[in-house]
Write a protein that binds this ligand. Structure first.
Ligand code: COA
Length: 150
């Protein structure tokens, strides 16, 4: 990725929430609300980070760490910055971060029809370990994916 040295990943704060919400609304059929994001800023097990390319907020992630298990609760890249390697870059950064905090595994849920995300997770070493039937409001199933953080 040519832009590697222009990317910064920093903790989110209240001033970022407007841009985060814009990305969220353009990414999901049933987006998180502002209150959900605000809550995560102060949740003690939560890590809420934004990815900036130059000064543009281009993505975010929220993940939780419970002892040796990490879980990605939300992740998205701005539609204008997709398919450029930023999602993969952010995931690999998360893996390193969680390893350093002592996590041995990382998991997440993905909508079975979300082809882009499923490909990304397969590429980065996640494996499917289960399914939550009609988990999403559109009644599609969630696949439960997990990865060992080697
Ligand atoms: C899923 C998402 C985060 C991917 O981010 P991205 O920055 O576009 O992904 P990358 O450019 O890093 O792509 C890495 C790999 O993911 C897969 N991928 C990404 N977009 C894809 C697409 N539209 N179709 C198929 N595979 C895709 C490919 O395997 C790709 O590797 P390749 O370039 O060697 O083919 C992004 O599409 C997004 O924000 N979607 C909406 C929110 C979302 O679905 N979040 C995940 C919820 S579980």
């Amino acid at each position: 990725m040519e832009t590697e040295n222009r990317i910064r990943i920093n903790p989110a704060d209240e001033r970022d929430l407007c841009e985060v919400l814009d990305i969220e609304n353009s990414s999901f059929n049933t987006p998180w609300t502002l209150d959900f994001f605000k809550h995560e800023l102060y949740n003690p097990v939560s890590f809420f980070y934004i990815l900036k390319i130059q000064d543009k907020l281009a993505g975010y992630v929220i993940f939780w760490i419970f002892e040796d298990e990490a879980h990605i609760a939300n992740i998205a890249i701005h539609p204008d910055y997709r398919k450029m390697g930023y999602g993969e870059h952010l995931l690999k950064w998360i893996f390193d971060f969680c390893r350093k905090k002592g996590a041995l595994t990382i998991s997440l849920e993905v909508n079975e029809i979300n082809k882009a995300a499923r490909q990304l997770y397969t590429k980065t070493g996640f494996r499917s370990v289960g399914r939550r039937v009609k988990y999403y409001e559109d009644s599609y199933d969630a696949l439960i994916l997990t990865k060992i953080l080697e």
